[in-house]
Design a protein around this ligand. Structure first.
Ligand SMILES: O=C(O)CCC(=O)C(=O)O
Length: 267
């Protein structure tokens, strides 16, 4: 049952700044211990050489992950932003081992996605505590208001393929999204964000989950595997193919079935 979990001020702050943190945890400490144990069962299904970021759209094959992505508390937060009718379509882990040099280059999600209009929210669910030392996500407040900025091919150790050109935004404005395990942040699909390497001796791990209003249509010529899972309300538009809720608990998705846009090159 829908519960209004965001105050008017929090909703206004999300729209003004393009992101929100400081929310009541979705999962408590003991639930996070269990979730991290369960995640290992999925991670065991990775092929040698695959990183955690290859656990992508496995909500289409793993009921365990589907249930995390459709947790009612998370959906309540998303509903406060997107309104009553929306679907879930994407999920991916972004993990960095202690000392990992992996970064996520500065980017805007909507630049990658063949989705129109722009009416999508990402939930970033912390599986570990995340802070400035272990490579928490950084965002540029209000940058979603400037529209989409040109991206170019990435040069460094980023797990993504594209990055914003230097000088297109002011990195000095960046805010770190510090979270305890079990907390979430929310961000707009046009916010400029990225994350640095993990300079600590601790793991850093989070699950991104993508939600869009039912008025958002995917260009299937660019993302043929796209599937929408209606998670709240009704779909008055029927623009997108519907996903089938998985029945098996821990099953991997074949890597050619995740929802890569053909604009993406690097996984
Ligand atoms: O976890 C990260 O560092 C990046 C995640 C990200 O780019 C996203 O959630 O869109």
């Amino acid at each position: 049952m829908t519960k209004n979990r965001l105050s008017k001020e929090q909703i206004a702050s999300y729209h003004e700044n393009g992101y929100l943190i400081g929310l009541e945890p979705v999962f408590g400490d003991s639930e996070m211990l269990q979730l991290n144990e369960d995640l290992q069962k999925l991670a065991q299904l990775l092929e040698p050489g695959e990183k955690m970021s290859a656990i992508r759209e496995w909500h289409m094959s793993s009921k365990w992950l589907y249930d995390v992505c459709t947790n009612p508390k998370i959906l309540d937060y998303v509903e406060a932003i997107l309104g009553p009718n929306f679907y879930m379509w994407g999920s991916q882990f972004f993990a960095k081992a202690p000392g990992s040099r992996d970064t996520v280059a500065w980017h805007q999600d909507a630049y990658y996605w063949p989705l129109h209009p722009h009416n999508s929210v990402t939930v970033w669910l912390a599986f570990t505590d995340v802070d400035e030392e272990n490579g928490a996500m950084r965002i540029i407040p209000k940058s979603h208001k400037a529209g989409l900025i040109k991206h170019t091919s990435v040069t460094g150790d980023s797990v993504l393929a594209l990055e914003l050109e230097q000088g297109t935004f002011n990195e000095a404005d960046a805010q770190s999204l510090v979270l305890k395990a079990g907390q979430i942040s929310l961000h707009d699909d046009a916010i400029v964000h990225g994350s640095p390497a993990n300079g600590s001796t601790r793991w850093r791990n989070g699950l991104t989950i993508r939600y869009s209003g039912t008025n958002v249509r995917c260009d299937l010529s660019k993302a043929p595997q796209f599937k929408a899972f209606l998670v709240r309300g009704t779909d008055e538009y029927n623009y997108n193919p519907q996903g089938m809720i998985p029945t098996e608990t821990f099953v991997r998705l074949p890597s050619d079935q995740h929802i890569a846009s053909t604009d993406e090159v690097k996984q």
